[in-house]
Design a protein around this ligand. Structure first.
Ligand code: AHG
Ligand code: MN
Ligand code: MN
Length: 336
């Protein structure tokens, strides 16, 4: 039995000049995850379901648990002292920890504290998504360059799924590993070692209710998924939960593709580049899959704004390539 803490330290031992700071940071994320897991499990009893009564920077009504999860992660990362600043879906601006110790911290964390929060009340799996970057400058105030880094600079990407069991899945660029939470002893234990996603899967996940607003390439791909072709195991099957973490996690383990495209109404789609698309893209690539905005690699995109949105096509490599081919052939890219 190997715990998350042991695994992280072991991995870091192989990293030249490792100081233990990254290990401590990841452990702080694990601690916050346990607290949020407890709150999510007890939400119906603790009076923390429903809306907070506030609106976040993206104009979304915040749920009580959105705010609570955000506070727990910020608290854990602030007291852990390895993180100089946080980008969060629930904070308009970058949260900068400007005290004596954390000013010199090496890392920046981008966070979706609670993903899929529309599903909170109905006991459907929800999650937390995180991305860890190393600062470009240290010892000074956090700069724009520290914060707005492309996915290629990512040090770590991961998520926690609060599902039928709670799991933490992460990568540092050396494969993807999953840890299941054992509530009886309060430990995340390595349960899914070196996860790989099949090249082609049998699942496609997309909110088809938006069909009439989709680009032509996406419409064609949906029809392709529905065609009868026993040789390629089509028609595929549809699975769509409406929590990116849950949809991604299932497709990672089973093989499949998740799409949230740009639409006529929202040319940049819905998902946020820095704390939804990029960490998931890193995980997908590390598992042997692919992540694209329909035309190019997610990890190559240079962010201009911490809350910017981005279309997402992610999962099994051959499936992403197929939809990219159709996007190119029927180019109705709403972003241009
Ligand atoms: P969040 O709860 O963090 O705002 O994210 C919700 C996202 C994502 O998790 C999910 O895949 C997507 O919204 C679902 O959107 P639709 O309801 O438009 O399908
Ligand atoms: Mn989200
Ligand atoms: Mn969220």
């Amino acid at each position: 039995m190997k715990t998350l803490v042991e695994f992280v330290w072991e991995q870091q031992e192989n990293v030249k000049y490792a100081t233990g700071e990254f290990s401590r940071l990841l452990n702080d994320i694990g601690i916050a995850a346990k607290i949020v897991n407890r709150d999510v499990n007890r939400a119906g009893l603790a009076g923390i379901l429903g809306f907070e009564g506030s609106v976040n920077v993206q104009g979304e009504n915040q749920k009580k648990l959105d705010v609570l999860a955000n506070n727990e992660f910020i608290k854990a990362l602030r007291s852990g002292k390895q993180c100089a600043a946080i980008i969060s879906e629930e904070n308009d601006d970058v949260v900068i920890f400007d005290d004596e110790t954390t000013r010199n911290a090496k890392y920046i964390v981008a966070l979706d504290p609670l993903d899929g929060s529309s599903n909170i009340e109905v006991n459907v799996p929800i999650g937390t998504i995180f991305a860890i970057y190393k600062r470009k400058s240290v010892g000074t105030t956090v700069t724009r360059e520290d914060v707005l880094q492309a996915g290629t600079e990512l040090v770590c990407g991961g998520y926690i799924i609060y599902g039928s069991s709670t799991m933490l899945v992460y990568t540092t660029g050396n494969g993807v590993n999953g840890f299941t939470y054992d509530p009886t002893c309060g430990l995340f234990v390595l349960s899914h070692e070196n996860i790989k996603i099949g090249d082609v899967g049998g699942i496609y996940s997309i909110n088809e209710a938006n069909y009439i607003y989709f680009p032509e390439g996406v419409k064609k791909y949906i029809k392709y998924c529905q065609e009868d072709d026993p040789e390629t195991n089509r028609p595929y099957t549809t699975r769509y939960i409406g929590s990116l973490v849950s949809d991604f996690h299932r497709n990672l383990l089973r093989g499949g593709i998740y799409i949230y495209p740009g639409t006529l109404k929202n040319p940049q789609g819905k998902l946020r580049l820095m704390y939804e698309c990029v960490p998931m893209a890193f995980l997908a690539e590390q598992a042997g899959g692919k992540a694209s905005d329909g035309f190019s690699r997610i990890l190559d995109i240079q962010p201009e704004d911490i809350h910017q949105r981005c279309p997402l096509f992610i999962g099994s490599k051959a499936m992403v390539e197929k939809v990219e081919e159709l996007m190119a052939a029927h180019s109705s890219d709403f972003r241009k």
